[in-house]
Structures are given as structure tokens and as C-alpha cells.
Design a protein. Structure first.
Length: 139
């Protein structure tokens, strides 16, 4: 059974094109620059939280990154990205889950990218759950 939050995001991606949402970036230059400046290697594991239909994953693949994971609460959003990537979608691990309830493998990612999810968590309990997932600490 899906949560109201999941239903909301499924509706967003079912009723709007990826480039019709306010957070869409045709060219995620800032994120790409920050990832490059981190100094991680192209085979270091990266996770994009709330990646949904974002083109960041496309650009990371183009840049030679090979250990990529996208987590999004919306199956529909992930499907948009997978269809766009075609055969290249198999080079990415896709996780359809609410990040606030997720249990990531310990030390699985060298870089955690989140451009907007935390911003959308307006309840203190959801932000605390996010911090627990991201950093493994209770707040």
C-alpha cells in the first residue's frame, strides 16, 4: 500500500512532463561541478536521492561514472528516466522507495547527491528520518 507522499509524487510524474516541474534542470551543471570537485573516481559509488526523471544520471554516465544508484519515491519518475536512457538504464541501480523509510547498506556510497528532496520534507519527523538514513544518527 502506498503512502500519501508516494501517491502525491506518482501523481506529479503521471500528470506532468519532466521538464514541466519547477525543479527541472536541462543541464545540471552545478551538481556535476560539485561532484567533479569532490575528487571521487569514476568508479566510486554515487547515489542520487530523489533523482526521479532528472538528467543528472545521464550526464554522470556520459562522464564515465559507472557505479550509479537513483532512489526516488515515484516508480513513474524512475520509469521516465529509464525509458530516456534506453539500454543504458541497465548500468544504473534503481530504487523506488521513500528515503525516510529506507535502510541503505552501510558505507555503500562515496557520494550522496540530493538537490531537492530534503527541501520537500516539511515535517520535523521526516527531516529527522532523512538525517538518520543519510548519516546513521538519531536527531
Amino acid at each position: 500500500m502506498s503512502s500519501p507522499r508516494q501517491q502525491h509524487w506518482e501523481n506529479v510524474y503521471s500528470t506532468r512532463q519532466a521538464d514541466e516541474v519547477s525543479w527541472f534542470q536541462d543541464d545540471p551543471t552545478l551538481s556535476l561541478d560539485l561532484i567533479a570537485r569532490s575528487g571521487i573516481s569514476a568508479n566510486a559509488p554515487i547515489i542520487d536521492i530523489g533523482g526521479g526523471a532528472s538528467v543528472l544520471i545521464d550526464r554522470l554516465l556520459d562522464a564515465g561514472h559507472s557505479a550509479l544508484t537513483v532512489l526516488d519515491i515515484s516508480h513513474v519518475g524512475l520509469t521516465v528516466a529509464q525509458k530516456r536512457l534506453g539500454d543504458h538504464a541497465g548500468r544504473v541501480t534503481w530504487i523506488a522507495q521513500d528515503v525516510t523509510a529506507w535502510h541503505p547498506p552501510q558505507d555503500a556510497f562515496a557520494l550522496w547527491h540530493d538537490r531537492a528532496v530534503f527541501h520537500f520534507l516539511v515535517e520535523a519527523a521526516d527531516r529527522a528520518a532523512y538525517v538518520r538514513v543519510c548519516f546513521g544518527v538519531q536527531v
